[in-house]
Design a protein around this ligand. Structure first.
Ligand SMILES: *Cc1c(COP(=O)(O)O)cnc(C)c1O
Length: 375
């Protein structure tokens, strides 16, 4: 059996090596390393794939969140609602801009913002909600957008993990993750579902005014060359990353299918044989693209199971071991938006199994049989 990796990017690269190598060499030989034509071509193809009007490329997913929040023109002390259980970047950017992150609990089954707990966290200073589409499925966006509308709040979707996931509204309308709020953000970090071979990110919006402002902020606040209308930053997608991402975008649908198949195989073995783990729950209104395959391990057995699997050559990860209000950098600056006990419990019980496009049946069977055999 091939050694099992949490993420296997090299095997995936070998399958598309000819296309990637050719594209990368062309860029190097062209000398157009910044803002080459490929950046626009990739952005246009991505906007078609996601059925969103504008794709604004930038340097990474954290920058995308920063640029999105800068565009909202909020005042220091304004409050932004964000889940307590997420990767730190979602809240870090709020704090960096001197805004107050208001932490709201997540739903214990979906790991995404608990819609029923949002309204209680809204105050007169609340200006925006940052839902995070965690692990591969979207937050429940229809009721979330209704709350945002009712209170006049902006919505910035942190879609670093769920590119390609589709949400279905009650009238049958289907929309891609990251295209339902005012602005959506993406990360092309190598291990993300659409990953480059370095850093990259993008902003998504259907609104022409947001688009112009986001582009301006990402480019030193420039309205035209050397005329700076506002304080911005410098955040670009490299031409090299753009050509790699263009190749990989053409495989994204098949990569998602592969992840789903792997999840189904994990589910089939674990659901029938292990009653002390809970397999990922899928909300009916969102498709799941399995950025992570995350179990909930019952009876405080998570850490022991993780150690045991490691001795068997099976890497696993805990995403995330601390909710944000327990993080040293955050505990004194966040506002607690209600009871956060589900986020706290998840931090103790979640365990993500290896998930990538290159897991074969032998590896999947070995992983599930080791969990089944663990007593
Ligand atoms: C990866 C990630 C980010 C940040 O992306 P980078 O490209 O690493 O800056 C933000 N939010 C979430 C939820 C992520 O998983």
């Amino acid at each position: 059996m091939r050694p099992i990796q949490m993420v296997d990017l090299v095997t995936q690269y070998r399958r598309i090596q000819d296309q990637i190598d050719k594209a990368v060499l062309e860029v190097i030989r062209s000398g157009k390393y910044i803002n080459g034509n490929a950046v626009q071509v990739f952005s246009a193809e991505l906007s078609e794939y996601l059925r969103v009007k504008h794709v604004i490329p930038c340097a990474n997913g954290t920058d995308a969140l920063q640029i999105a929040l800068m565009a909202l023109d909020l005042q220091p002390g304004d409050e932004v609602i964000v889940p307590a259980f997420t990767f730190v970047a979602s809240a870090e950017i709020i704090a960096l801009l001197k805004l107050t992150p208001v932490l709201v609990d997540v739903h214990p089954r979906t790991f995404n913002l608990d819609i029923d707990k949002i309204e209680a966290a809204i105050s007169s200073r609340t200006k925006a909600i940052v839902p995070v589409h965690l692990f591969g499925q979207t937050a429940d966006m229809e009721p979330l957008m209704q709350i945002a509308k009712k209170y006049g709040l902006y919505v910035v979707e942190d879609n670093a993990q769920s590119i390609g996931s589709v949400y279905t509204f009650s009238d049958g309308t289907r929309k891609q993750a990251g295209t339902m709020g005012d602005i959506g953000t993406l990360s092309f970090f190598p291990s993300k579902n659409l990953g480059g071979y370095g850093d990259g990110g993008a902003l998504l919006t259907n609104d022409d005014l947001w688009e112009r402002k986001l582009r301006m902020i990402a480019s030193h606040g420039q309205s035209q060359k050397y005329i700076h209308k506002m304080i911005g930053c410098n955040s670009r997608l490299d031409t090299l990353q753009a050509v790699i991402l263009k190749v990989k975008l053409s495989y994204l649908a098949s990569y998602i299918r592969k992840r789903k198949k792997t999840a189904e195989k994990y589910n089939a073995e674990l659901e029938s044989q292990v009653n002390w783990v809970e397999t990922p729950y899928c909300i009916p209104v969102s498709s799941h693209v399995y950025h992570q395959y995350t179990l909930k391990v019952k009876h405080n057995r998570r850490d022991d199971l993780q150690k045991y699997l490691k001795t068997k050559g099976i890497p696993t990860m805990v995403y995330y071991p601390l909710p944000l209000h327990y993080q040293p950098a955050f505990k004194n600056i966040v506002k607690i938006g209600g009871d956060l006990s589900e986020s706290e419990k998840l931090a103790q019980s979640v365990l993500s199994l290896p998930m990538h496009t290159e897991l074969d049946n032998e590896q999947i069977r070995y992983i599930t049989s080791q969990i089944v055999g663990y007593e």
